[in-house]
Write a protein that binds this ligand. Structure first.
Ligand SMILES: C[S@@+](CC[C@H](N)C(=O)[O-])C[C@H]1O[C@@H](n2cnc3c(N)ncnc32)[C@H](O)[C@@H]1O
Length: 244
């Protein structure tokens, strides 16, 4: 008996469960591209990674607004091993020439590009997310204004078709649905050269799924946390059908 739940919403298939487990059940060749935002385990503002995700990634006035999220306590060696595992299982599902784009903050970029290559993807570059001057200031330091999507391909990819942006400038949304919620416009910009189905093993509040629904691209999302799973289902359904 499977230990996860599956929900179909139009062209989206959503799994509530552990990505490592769910990925082994999907059909090889069934996925076009991977676009995802894993739990970076970077530690954010603190030294102790075991602290709550709200303490690590939010200023004190925003704490308590969102549920905590899971899987964010690994040290760098185990993050490399775990990322290699999920990226390898994801690559098994992707057709030749398909793409992967996985988010990282500056601390985890080196380990993310290592994992991507250990998993057999060809590392092709890094797209910069410029969070604009609305991002957190740091007195006496450079503003922490960027995060990154480390990207690669499953083997060769022909040089044909449109060119997607290498820098996407978009502020963190004022209304978020997740502690680490990203803008839909950011995900939409990244998927302009993806045909799908798009796999997102760490969907959180389903931002990639919302962008897919708006574009009519099939989506496969996985989330281990039941609260965020429900939020993702609701957002994707509302994008496909309109609010209730
Ligand atoms: C950085 S968040 C994604 C946020 C998303 N981009 C958004 O805009 O809402 C990563 C998500 O992965 C989930 N997660 C962590 N470990 C997981 C696992 N092993 N399998 C599936 N989901 C997992 C966390 O609960 C968290 O919601």
């Amino acid at each position: 008996m499977s230990r996860f739940e599956i929900r179909s919403i139009g062209s989206a298939t959503l799994y509530r469960g552990d990505a490592l487990e769910v990925l082994t059940t999907l059909a090889p060749g069934s996925i076009g591209d991977v676009l995802t935002d894993p739990p970076y385990s970077s530690g954010g503002n603190v030294r102790d990674k075991a602290q709550a995700t709200s303490a690590k990634y939010q200023s004190s006035e925003h704490r308590g607004l969102y549920p905590e999220f899971q899987g964010d306590t690994r040290d760098q060696r185990s993050y490399l091993a775990w990322s290699t595992l999920w990226m390898g299982r994801a690559r098994d599902l992707v057709a030749p020439g398909g793409m992967i784009a996985a988010f990282s903050d500056w601390r985890q970029v080196p380990v993310t590009s290592d994992a991507l290559q250990c998993a057999g993807w060809v590392w092709r570059g890094i797209v910069t997310w410029d969070k604009t001057e609305r991002s957190r200031p740091q007195l006496g330091r450079y503003r922490n204004q960027t995060e990154f999507a480390v990207w690669g391909t499953n083997g060769p990819r022909p040089l044909v078709g449109a060119t997607a942006p290498g820098v996407i400038r978009e502020p963190v949304p004022k209304v978020k649905h997740h502690i680490a919620g990203k803008p839909v416009e950011l995900m939409d910009g990244l998927m302009t050269i993806m045909k799908g189905p798009v796999l997102d093993p760490f969907m959180g509040s389903g931002t990639v799924g919302v962008a897919c629904a708006a574009r009519g691209i099939p989506y496969v999302g996985i989330e281990v946390d039941p609260t965020y799973f429900e939020i993702a289902c609701r957002r994707i359904e509302e994008t496909q059908c309109g609010p209730p």
